[in-house]
Ligand binder design. Structure first.
Ligand code: LMR
Length: 394
């Protein structure tokens, strides 16, 4: 049986991670996988996370199962963080999931269960695993224009034209903030137009929000998701704590499903619980409990928010420095978009060949679609990257 298996396509982000590890050059620079790193190249355990873990070790008395949906306190805390009070709590069903990826997977499975003929519209480009999971789950994917490779901003007219081709019941997958991989985002006027189109055409909104707090601030980054959730009939939201709490390996995420009315919530909740039971039974608890501890303790929450803000401002400063350096070296403003983009990533919009050249000649690792992780830089490596980009003729 096992010998009949076929080779599966490699995930390009994870394959790059492995390649970087093998590279013996001490000057190599990792701008690949979306993991935050400080100036020393370390992905630190955040202060509030350490403290919450200390408390858990001291106070936790059982490791018995919690509930198929995870701890209700986690759902409440995360709904508060992502949605504020934009949506009536009674309309929201939620389950804890293994990371944001788990939430995305459960959301697609729920779509398939509810409407087997629904198509999912994804931005071109999007996080490659969106497309990969959709294919695996057996859902038809339709790409909508998103990134203008000339301006490196959102091709909003193209996006709206492509979304207007969607049929009632199709799902539109949107990145709540900090678009991955491009770094280019809609403004709130544009979000409103997308919401209007979703409502006019009877589409279902799905928001993936994995980088809240990495763009313009915790509240600012949630604004679009709140607008969508409060304006459409039904909405799925996949949330991740991997990046903003730095708990990557703990696998901490949440899927929220918002119904048109509170009367539908118990049925949706029962289906979400069922999906958890089928796929892994109980969701991981440790990371979720750490996050709940932080969000429900005013002092820990303030310290977490302050550290997250330092991280956000650090990435913004790197963006500014890189854009300045490139302006100087190239004698042009064509890299100004790097300072305009938000979140961990910017797609610089060059060819896979030049991305490969940067890797081969300079030990600079970015994803083949020319996505770079800004957090992989520091003040010393920014000029090295800028020089390599200009010398490569990008
Ligand atoms: C990324 O886009 O690099 C991250 O979300 C990590 C991953 O799982 O791909």
């Amino acid at each position: 049986m096992l010998s009949t298996l076929k080779q599966q396509p490699a995930d390009k982000i994870l394959a790059l991670m492995a390649k970087y590890k093998e590279d013996p050059r001490p000057t190599k620079i990792d701008l690949g996988v979306g993991v935050y790193k400080n100036a020393e190249g370390v992905t630190p355990v955040m202060r509030a996370v350490k403290e919450a873990e200390r408390r858990l070790v001291a106070e936790q008395e059982t490791k018995s199962y919690v509930a198929l949906a995870g701890d209700p306190a986690f759902a409440d805390a995360m709904i508060g963080l992502v949605l504020g009070n934009a949506v009536q709590r009674e309309k929201i069903a939620a389950v804890a999931t293994p990371g944001g990826t788990g939430a995305v997977r459960q959301a697609f499975e729920l779509v398939k269960m509810a409407n087997p003929t629904a198509r999912v519209f994804v931005s071109n480009p999007t996080w490659p695993n969106h497309v990969s999971i959709l294919k695996y789950v057996g859902i038809e994917t339709v790409a909508y224009r998103y990134f203008d490779t000339e301006t490196r901003a959102v091709d909003f007219d193209g996006m709206m034209a492509d979304l207007s081709e969607a049929k009632s019941g199709d799902v539109v997958l949107l990145h709540g903030c900090c678009h991955n991989p491009t770094g280019a985002n809609l403004n709130l006027t544009e979000w409103q137009a997308v919401v209007d189109l979703i409502n006019d055409k009877g589409l279902i909104a799905m928001v993936d929000i994995a980088y809240q707090g990495f763009g313009d601030g915790l509240e600012e980054d949630a604004a679009a998701t709140r607008l969508v959730a409060s304006s459409v009939k039904e909405c799925l939201i996949a949330g991740s704590c991997s990046k903003n709490f730095g708990v990557y390996r703990e696998r901490t995420g949440i899927l929220m499903a918002i119904s048109e009315d509170a009367a539908s919530t118990p049925l949706v909740q029962q289906n979400l619980n069922f999906l958890n039971r089928q796929n892994y039974s109980f969701p991981p608890d440790h990371g979720a409990r750490v996050v709940t501890t932080i969000l429900t303790d005013p002092e820990l929450r303030a310290d977490w928010a302050a550290e997250l803000e330092e991280i956000r401002l650090g990435m913004l400063a790197l963006r500014e420095q890189l854009a300045d350096e490139l302006r100087k070296l190239s004698g042009s403003d064509r890299f100004g978009f790097i300072a305009e983009h938000r979140g961990m990533f910017s797609q610089i919009g060059t060819t896979p060949e030049l991305v490969e050249k940067l890797r081969a000649d300079n030990g600079i690792y970015m994803v083949g679609d020319s996505r770079m992780n800004i957090a992989g830089l520091n003040a010393e490596t920014v000029p090295i990257l800028a020089k390599a980009i200009v010398e490569a003729g990008i």
